[in-house]
Design a binder for this molecule. Structure first.
Ligand code: FAD
Length: 242
């Protein structure tokens, strides 16, 4: 009900109530490993981009050597800005979120549905045999002191709001960071540099957006007509016209 028109899609996870991003990534990795023509390189840092005399992107420099390519897609989230330095100045800000996760044991009474405590800026969700409490999103740079304070607040709120939901004394803490544009839309598409494409700035919707953005971008690179109009998501919207 009351969905935006046109409704583009969402992830529906009726059993989990929330998704397991780590499991999802591992499944994608397994599919990738079975592709004969694909080489995955792990623990490899991209240190710079390579351009020819016409400013066409022709590959990347890495800590393991140079890799020449026909196309370069940057999907490096927080690592994107340094790689584009001196080439493209995108308006981005860092967004940070924190979470506390604890195991449910058979004696606990976990919530059956995802709960949002609007007045406390907290969301509680069940992940299999664990409960996760997250929230307190922060736009801008975040410090260690801030992390300590927020984790403490989430932990105390968890114990107070849901004392019997999980073993809070055995909980683990998590901090997540991503980048966002002022218009909250991703940068997915061509750049002013031939052969250089972006798929970044998904904000807090990156997991849900990832399949759609990847499909949109592959259509753009292969010069096919995408299923939806790519203009609102193009990084070119931030390029000053001369
Ligand atoms: C607190 C929080 C809560 C969120 N909740 C949700 C949610 O409920 N639903 C949802 O859909 N999305 C959510 N998101 C958003 C989602 O997690 C992100 O948008 C998504 O992870 C972005 O995916 P990505 O692949 O673009 O970037 P990342 O997952 O950050 O991956 C980028 C990768 O690039 C690598 N990298 C960077 N620079 C370099 C370099 N120079 N060389 C080599 N590798 C490099 C990094 O190491 C990293 O592995 C949340 C984000 C946060 C911070």
């Amino acid at each position: 009900e009351n969905v935006p028109d046109p409704f583009l899609g969402c992830s529906y996870l009726p059993q989990e109530l929330s998704g397991n991003g780590c499991y999802y990534s591992k499944q994608i990795q397994a599919i990738n490993v079975s592709q004969k023509n694909l080489t995955m390189m792990y623990h490899t840092e991209v240190t710079g981009l390579m351009f020819d005399e016409n400013n066409k992107a022709v590959g990347v420099k890495t800590d393991k050597g140079e890799i020449a390519s026909d196309a370069v897609v940057l999907c490096s989230n927080l690592g994107t800005k340094p790689l584009l330095e001196g080439k493209l100045d995108l308006p981005t800000m860092q967004l940070t979120g924190w979470a506390v996760t604890a195991t449910i044991d058979p004696m606990n009474v976990p919530p059956l549905h995802t709960l949002i405590f609007d007045n406390k800026d907290l969301l509680v969700t069940r992940l299999g045999n664990r409960v996760r409490v997250c929230g307190r999103y922060w736009l801008g740079e975040s410090s260690h002191d801030m992390t300590d304070k927020v984790i403490e607040e989430i932990y105390e709120a968890s114990c107070k709001l849901l004392p019997t939901a999980a073993q809070w004394t055995e909980s683990t803490n998590w901090i997540g960071k991503c980048i966002v544009h002022p218009d909250s839309l991703p940068s997915c598409g061509e750049t002013p540099f031939e052969g250089l494409y972006l798929n970044v700035c998904h904000g807090l919707n990156g997991w849900a957006l990832s399949e759609g953005c990847a499909e949109l971008l592959s259509d753009i690179i292969e010069k096919k007509t995408p299923a939806i109009d790519p203009t609102p998501y193009s990084p070119m919207r931030f390029v000053k016209r001369k």
